[in-house]
Design a protein around this ligand. Sequence first.
Ligand code: DGP
Length: 113
Amino acid sequence: MDCIFCKIATKKIETEFLYEDEDIVVFNDLNPQAPVHFLVIPKRHIASANEIGKGDIPLIGHIFEVIAHLAKELGIGEEGYRIVNNIGEAGGQSVPHLHFHVLGGRSLQWPPG
Ligand code: DGP
């Protein structure tokens, strides 16, 4: 499958990982929208949050646990940050492989555009 995030996860495209384990990888966003902006993706191809099944519940919990850990490590845990998941065209999803944006290091506005 011609999926850019699958290629990153399988190291076909060289990308520096902030974190990696058996199930997920974390790397900086190519177009950062905040001083800290990284992406957390499962290694397994899941097209979007619409495709999350019951069997993926441990994976999703694991992703949030790793985000909390990394946020502390990168110094944004205390002041706060945002986790964003875009779904589909209207949701602003441009890469059809499940990913969570983590943005921090500045004051974030609400509502988003
Ligand atoms: P979304 O619009 O929610 O699907 O976000 C996709 C994000 O992925 C977007 O902020 C830019 C980022 N991105 C796309 N291609 C690459 C890439 O090859 N490397 C990295 N590091 N980020 C990418």
